[in-house]
Design a protein around this ligand. Structure first.
Ligand SMILES: Cc1cc2nc3c(=O)[nH]c(=O)nc-3n(C[C@H](O)[C@H](O)[C@H](O)COP(=O)(O)O)c2cc1C
Length: 183
């Protein structure tokens, strides 16, 4: 538990009161001391357009996202569930970030939650498929899929003890995963 690792956490929602972002903030707060987690907001990321990439290169916000990913030892992806899958916002960011194999061999943990009973599990399954397609090293377990997530948030903070405990356990496992895979 001595080695310091740097993690970038990305929430696939632009909503001001995003419960997914709150979930990632909770992960940041309960993570092991040597795991430094920074959230990268996707608000400025434009829609992927191959013409722009080819003719003008990566737009500035995309460069920043890619730099944050490149410099990170691991990535946490938080996805809401939209129509049974990941949000377009997250997939779009992954599409930009994936170019030139940037995401390959990066350790990744996923998490999500929903107002319903299933905790964005379908979205996470799809997200994991995408990560595997990219050659990322996906933390298989524990998974964090929080049912009735909005009810567990008070004044913008995740307060549910059990959920915080599970997230803490996932972060410990993720720390171990990242350290093992670090070159
Ligand atoms: C277009 C759209 C589709 C949605 N589809 C689902 C869904 O398939 N399953 C689900 O559990 N919730 C669904 N929801 C509800 C979201 O889980 C809920 O809005 C959640 O708070 C979004 O996360 P956020 O607060 O981080 O933005 C959907 C919401 C929207 C706007």
């Amino acid at each position: 538990m001595d080695e310091k690792v740097k993690i970038v956490a990305i929430a696939g929602s632009l909503r001001r009161k995003s419960v997914t972002r709150t979930l990632l903030e909770a992960a940041r707060d309960v993570a092991p001391e040597n795991m430094q987690i920074e959230l990268f907001p996707l608000n400025e990321i434009p829609l992927y357009n191959n013409d722009i990439e080819v003719e003008e290169g990566f737009p500035e916000p995309v460069k920043q996202l890619r730099q944050a990913i490149q410099q990170a030892d691991g990535i946490i992806l938080g996805t809401p569930e939209y129509n049974g899958s990941v949000t377009g916002v997250l997939k779009n960011a992954i599409d930009w970030a994936s170019r030139q194999g940037l995401m390959a061999k990066k350790p990744v943990a996923t998490m999500g939650g929903s107002p319903g009973a299933l905790g964005a599990t379908k979205a996470q399954e799809h997200l994991r498929q995408i990560c595997l397609h990219l050659g990322m090293y996906v933390l298989s377990r524990p998974t964090i899929a929080v049912p009735k997530l909005p009810e567990k948030i008070v004044d913008g903070q995740l307060t549910d003890e059990m959920t915080l405990k599970f997230i803490g356990q996932q972060m410990e496992q993720f720390y171990d995963w990242v350290v093992r895979l670090k070159d």
